[in-house]
Design a protein around this ligand. Structure first.
Ligand SMILES: O=C(O)CCC(=O)C(=O)O
Ligand SMILES: [Fe+2]
Length: 287
């Protein structure tokens, strides 16, 4: 499907049923590789080039090709990890990425999965993750999206990879059906990882026992595929044990017609400079 030219993607009744039952849905080939994905990969390729240039490092890469758009990135972060941070901050400003964020297809999916919704884009809730091999600091522990994003209780994450996600690259893990059990209280600091702050520092109450109570899956995916995740579904980053960074896009939508969001005025969480404990003290174990 070409997301930019197909404003009304319709999920089959079986897909809708599966999403509500499991709390996530994988849609292979949702986006058009040439129209939607390659321009974003090209933007990343260009930004890697600009960061190399800015730091006076040689650019020995070949011309852009979708399959190798991130060439040179491992060498760049080996030279200086902070250069990777520059790439990370820059790539969420690629015009093709922001165009895809606002595609009518995302709004239509939301309307199909949430009855009577007034769909909205979560400000600060979109980006491109770069999960580097062997890195722990930015790996997302088990979490629900809601405390990390707020906006509305019934929001959706649209997750889509820019590289083929193999088992070595640490696909996202999901607890099947966990959204049915509602919001889980959290600790706001992880004593095991004191350098994890903000949303990365939120740790679920009784994490280990809680997660063990569900069947888990870690779906593999390819560029163009879409994984839709309910804001209440428990999920976590896998561990990247490969040689390449795992590049993936996150688009988050919420609902202006959700009672919980209406109550707090659709506040955002950490990315909006809000301490989530002030909005939901009852969900915060150390408020
Ligand atoms: O890609 C990941 O490792 C985590 C993704 C995630 O937590 C999200 O998209 O909300
Ligand atoms: Fe998440």
């Amino acid at each position: 499907m070409n997301a930019s030219s197909a404003p009304n993607p319709s999920l089959s009744p079986e897909q809708v049923r599966q999403f509500h039952e499991q709390g996530f849905l994988v849609i292979p080939g949702f986006y058009d590789l040439a129209e939607d994905i390659a321009p974003i990969q090209k933007g990343v390729h260009q930004i890697i080039g600009q960061v190399l240039k800015r730091h006076g490092l040689p650019d020995t890469r070949g011309p852009f090709q979708p399959a190798t758009f991130d060439e040179g990135y491992q060498a760049l972060i080996a030279a200086n990890r902070a250069h990777g941070g520059e790439v990370y901050d820059a790539i969420k400003q690629i015009p093709a990425f922001l165009r895809l964020l606002g595609t009518p297809a995302h709004e239509a999916l939301f309307a199909q999965l949430r009855a009577d919704a007034i769909p909205a884009i979560a400000a600060g809730g979109y980006g491109i993750r770069v999960d580097n091999p062997g890195e722990e600091r930015f790996r997302a522990p088990w979490h629900q999206e809601y405390p990390a994003q707020l906006r509305s209780l019934d929001g959706l994450v649209y997750w889509s990879p820019l590289v083929p996600v193999t088992p070595e690259l640490g696909p996202v893990r999901l607890c099947i059906g966990s959204h049915h059990d509602g919001p889980v209280p959290v600790h706001t600091r992880d004593p095991r990882n004191p350098d994890k702050t903000g949303a990365y520092g939120l740790i679920l109450k009784d994490e280990e026992a809680l997660v063990a109570g569900y069947e888990q899956v870690a779906p593999l995916s390819n560029p163009g595929d879409l994984v839709i995740i309910d804001f209440l579904t428990l999920h976590a980053s896998g561990r990247n044990q490969g040689q390449r960074s795992r590049w993936s896009m996150q688009f988050r939508y919420f609902n202006f017609n959700d009672p919980t969001g209406m109550k707090h005025g659709w506040k955002g969480s950490y990315a909006a400079g809000v301490d989530f404990a002030t909005v939901h003290p009852e969900l915060c174990l150390d408020a």
